[in-house]
Design a protein around this ligand. Structure first.
Ligand SMILES: NC(=O)C1=CN([C@@H]2O[C@H](COP(=O)(O)OP(=O)(O)OC[C@H]3O[C@@H](n4cnc5c(N)ncnc54)[C@H](O)[C@@H]3O)[C@@H](O)[C@H]2O)C=CC1
Length: 398
C-alpha cells in the first residue's frame, strides 16, 4: 500500500482515533512503529497536495504534511481538519506539556515537544482548546531550531513571532478574544557604551574605525560598542576600550547617556558615555576593528614589527599613527565641533575633572523585587554630610 488515509488507518486497525493519535508520537516513516500501526504505515514519499489553498508543506520521513488555508492539515493529501481528533479520549492524551505562568498564561515545555509534525499539529490544536476552556491567557511556545518544521504549523494556528535567537524562535498566542493582548513585546532597545579615556596629559584615547559610515570616515572618535548579554555597563565599557585599543582602563562613572530611536532594526538605542581612567598607555590595535590609533613613530615601528611577526604579511593600512590625541585637537575636529552631543559630553567631562559635575557610579545590590544581583548607578553627593565621601569630590586621577 503506497499511502493511506486517516479513515483507512481507522478501518484497517479497527481502532479508535486514540490509536491514530498514538501513532503521532512515533516518527512517521521508515522507523519503528507499533505492530498494529505498522499495517497502516505510509512508507513512501508522497506527492504533496498542490491545491491552491496549500500554504506550507513539510516533508517528514517519506510522508508529507501541508498546512492549508482552511485551518486544516493535509497529510499525504488527506485533510486532517474535519476528523474528530478531539475526542475526549484523544484530548486527554494529546495535550502539549505546559506549565502555568504567573500571569494566567501557559509556557509550553519545549523539551517535550513531539518530534512528529502531525502529532504537534493536533496536540497544539487540542491544547489551545483546553487552555481556552480553562480561561488561560497568553501562550508562550519556544520552538528550537532543530524543530523549525513546527513553526508554520503554529503560525497557521494563529501564533505570532515574538523574538528569535540563534537556537530558537519564540511564538506567542493571546487567547482571550475580548481583551487586548497584555503580552510584553520583544526587547525594544540596544545598549551601547562609549569610553571617554583621558590621561593626565589631557589627551583623549581616540580611534578611527576601519568600517564606518562614509559620513564619519577619517573622524577620530571615542571607542564605542555594544554591551553583551548579561554584561555590566561598567565592564562592557572597559572591555570595548581594551578590544579596540589594547589600553587597560578602570571604570569611573557614567557621565551621560543618550536615548535615540529607530537606530537599528527599528530598535531604540541607549548609549552610555563612560569616563574611564587609563591604567596603561600601551596600545595593541585590533586590526579587524580599528583602522588606526594615534601613536608615535616608534610605536608604529613596533606595531609593524608585531604584525610582521604574527601574520604572513602586515597590512600597513591597519597600522596607525598616534594613540592619544590632545583633547583640544579632538574637540577641534569639524565633526565633533559641529556635534551637539559630543560637544556637550566634552564639556561635562571637563566639568567632572574640575569637580563641577558628578557622574553616576555603580553600586552592587540585590533587590527583593526580583532577588537578582544588579547595579544601581547613582552618585554619592552627601553621604553622612561629609563632602569627602562624594564620589565626585575625589580626584579623577588617583
Ligand atoms: N560610532 C560612533 O561614532 C557613535 C556611536 N554611538 C553609539 O555607540 C554604540 C555602538 O555603536 P557603534 O560603535 O557605532 O556600533 P557599530 O555599528 O560600529 O557596530 C559595532 C561593531 O559591530 C560590528 N558590526 C555591526 N554591524 C555589522 C554588520 N552589519 N556586519 C558586520 N559587522 C557589523 C562591527 O565590528 C562594528 O565595529 C551605540 O549605542 C551608538 O548609538 C553614538 C554616537 C556615535
Amino acid at each position: 500500500m503506497d499511502s493511506v488515509s486517516l479513515s483507512e488507518v481507522t478501518v484497517i486497525k479497527g481502532t479508535t482515533h486514540l490509536g491514530f493519535m498514538h501513532s503521532f508520537r512515533q516518527p512517521f516513516c521508515g522507523v519503528k512503529i507499533s505492530p498494529k500501526f505498522y499495517l497502516s504505515k505510509v512508507d513512501g514519499p508522497k506527492a504533496i497536495s498542490s491545491s491552491s489553498n496549500t500554504k506550507s508543506q513539510f516533508v517528514y520521513g517519506g510522508g508529507s504534511i501541508a498546512a492549508t488555508s482552511d485551518s486544516g492539515y493535509k497529510m499525504n493529501g488527506v485533510n486532517l481538519k474535519s476528523r474528530t481528533l478531539m475526542s475526549s479520549a484523544v484530548k486527554e492524551r494529546s495535550l502539549l506539556d505546559a506549565y502555568d505562568d504567573e500571569y494566567g498564561g501557559v509556557i509550553v515545555d519545549h523539551g517535550k515537544l513531539p518530534s512528529n509534525p502531525y502529532a504537534f499539529a493536533s496536540m497544539l490544536r487540542a491544547s489551545l482548546s483546553d487552555w481556552r476552556r480553562k480561561g488561560k491567557k497568553g501562550v508562550w511556545l519556544k520552538l528550537p531550531v532543530e524543530q523549525s518544521e513546527l513553526v508554520p504549523i503554529a503560525i497557521k494556528e494563529g501564533f505570532e513571532y515574538h523574538h528569535a535567537e540563534k537556537g530558537y524562535v519564540m511564538l506567542t498566542y493571546w487567547i482571550p478574544e475580548e481583551e487586548p493582548s497584555m503580552l510584553p513585546a520583544n526587547a525594544s532597545h540596544q545598549v551601547g557604551v562609549g569610553g571617554f579615556v583621558l590621561n593626565q596629559h589631557k589627551e583623549v584615547l581616540v580611534v578611527q574605525e576601519k568600517y564606518c559610515a562614509p559620513s564619519i570616515t577619517g573622524l577620530w572618535k571615542l571607542p564605542t560598542g555594544f554591551i553583551n548579554e548579561s554584561e555590566e555597563i561598567f565592564s562592557g565599557a572597559v572591555r570595548e576600550v581594551k578590544e579596540e585599543t589594547g589600553v587597560d582602563t578602570e571604570f569611573s562613572e557614567v557621565i551621560a547617556f543618550r536615548h535615540a530611536h529607530n537606530v537599528a532594526f527599528e530598535k531604540s538605542d541607549l548609549f552610555f558615555i563612560c569616563m574611564l581612567r587609563p591604567l596603561s598607555d600601551k596600545i595593541i590595535i585590533d586590526a579587524l576593528e580599528i583602522k588606526a590609533a594615534k601613536v608615535n613613530v616608534t610605536r608604529v615601528f613596533i606595531r609593524m614589527l608585531q604584525l610582521y611577526m604574527l601574520q604572513d604579511g602586515p597590512d600597513y593600512n591597519d597600522c596607525c599613527v598616534f594613540q592619544w590625541m590632545p583633547l583640544a585637537e579632538f574637540v577641534e575636529q569639524p565633526m565633533i565641533r559641529g556635534d551637539k552631543m559630543f560637544k556637550r559630553v566634552i564639556e561635562i567631562c571637563e566639568a567632572r575633572l574640575s569637580h563641577r559635575y558628578c557622574g553616576l557610579s555603580p553600586h552592587r545590590l540585590v533587590s527583593t523585587f526580583d532577588g537578582k544581583p544588579s547595579s544601581l548607578y547613582y552618585n554619592v553627593v552627601d553621604d553622612d554630610h561629609d563632602p569627602s565621601h562624594s564620589n565626585c569630590s575625589t580626584e579623577f586621577y588617583r
